[in-house]
Design a protein around this ligand. Structure first.
Ligand code: CO
Length: 398
């Protein structure tokens, strides 16, 4: 079997751009992959056009070797654009292997370790009561874990944050740490009084704090037993997580901006985190995400894979297949693509969410397809991530 071609697409069906590839073979079987990288989709697509020639003529079954062919051949390696492109290729190769074997990818990875993958949803509101109502709506729909945000990220005045990508010029949000630091523990006190201690709740700081501020917040939140506190500091300041560890026992999650295993290793070895939030889409596909989860295993670090709306349905399918298998699974962040008819038509999938658990389905390969004819109706449009400033106009750390 030989790779005969790679087709690259960028499509914007719902206000977000998705980078999709199809790897074609001489036997008619093709694989689908995804390389979306919010705000930089066109750069990944251009890079895929550049490197795709390297794959032509190779046997698509040799995933490990082809991964290293792409990784090593350019001399310059890694970084988000490179890793998103490599992930797209990796996903498509696993899809081909599964289709040829007539087995879902999770079977090729070792088989199911669980009945399905537990996911968490995003609740939010302008005040504690609105957040409570939003959490209740998720619990009623069967979710077992819910993320609780005031004004989405960073508390008061930041309700305009999501969706994170805007047309044309980037939107601007205002953040002040003092209000956020005081408001967040008050919100969780309300939620625990209203909902009890048993329900699993998490919170995303979205890297807005210094290590000292983050340690203070984690300590205030300790009595409310968070499932995890996400991204309390920027990845560049991850050594600051030591300060949080010394202050309290709040579970810590980080990693959605990581693209390499190197960024994870110190955090594992020093036991500074409880959940690693990599996405297979941004670290080098199923192949590399699996290795990172093996490295995490002896340090009791579990997966909490990144799954915001800008990581599309193919990436979500790949994450589900891997998390069906790994022993140190924690939770999957969930975006409900099935609520969009357009997305269901563009990315037909057997994936189902039932009672807070997602299953990738039993179809061969990744189980998901891509309708390239329909995609032509939804062309690329440039978008930019929002900017965060302090109230005096100074650019904030994020
Ligand atoms: Co996050």
């Amino acid at each position: 079997m030989k790779i005969t071609g790679v087709r690259v697409f960028v499509t914007r069906p719902t206000g977000l751009n998705y980078v999709v590839i199809k790897i074609l073979t001489d036997e008619g079987v093709y694989g689908v992959g995804e390389g979306s990288l919010n705000g930089n989709e066109i750069v990944v697509a251009r890079y895929l056009e550049h490197i795709k020639e390297l794959l032509i003529g190779h046997d698509p079954h040799n995933i490990e070797d082809l991964w290293h062919l792409i990784y090593r051949s350019g001399y310059w390696r890694s970084g988000p654009v490179f890793k998103a492109a490599l992930s797209a290729i990796d996903f498509a190769l696993w899809d081909i292997k599964g289709k040829v074997a007539n087995l879902p990818v999770y079977q090729l990875l070792g088989g199911a370790s669980r009945k399905a993958v537990k996911v968490y949803g995003h609740a939010g509101g302008r005040d504690a009561k609105e957040i409570e109502d939003s959490v209740r709506s998720f619990l009623e729909r069967g979710f077992k874990i819910v993320r609780c945000q005031s004004g989405d990220y960073g508390g008061s005045g930041r309700l305009d944050y999501e969706p994170p990508i805007r047309d044309g010029v980037p939107g601007t949000a205002i953040f002040e740490p003092a209000g956020y630091l005081l408001e967040t523990p008050r919100n969780f006190e309300h939620l625990r009084n209203a909902l009890g201690m048993e329900v699993e709740l998490c919170h995303d700081v979205h890297e807005q704090l210094t290590p000292t501020e983050a340690a203070w917040l984690a300590k205030q939140l300790e009595p409310y037993r968070l499932f995890f506190l996400e991204d309390p500091v920027m990845p560049e300041e991850r050594e600051g997580l030591r300060q949080i560890r010394q202050s309290c026992t709040t579970n810590i999650a980080i990693g959605e901006l990581f693209t390499d295993r190197d960024e994870c290793m110190m955090l594992f070895q020093e036991r500074l985190i409880d959940y690693i939030r990599i996405a297979p889409l941004h670290v080098g596909g199923i192949t590399e995400a699996r290795k990172i989860m093996v490295l995490a295993e002896p340090f009791s670090v579990k997966s909490a894979f990144h799954g915001a709306a800008d990581l599309g349905p193919i990436s979500q399918a790949a994450a589900l297949h891997l998390q069906m298998v790994i022993p140190n699974f924690g939770v999957q962040e969930w975006t409900d693509f099935s609520s969009s008819e357009t997305l269901c038509e563009l990315f037909p999938t057997p994936c189902k969410l039932v009672d807070g658990y997602a299953h990738p389905g039993g179809a061969p390969g990744l189980g998901i397809d891509f309708n390239e004819e329909l995609a032509k109706k939804f062309p690329y449009q440039s978008t930019y991530m929002p900017i965060v400033r302090r109230s005096d106009g100074t650019m904030h750390r994020y």
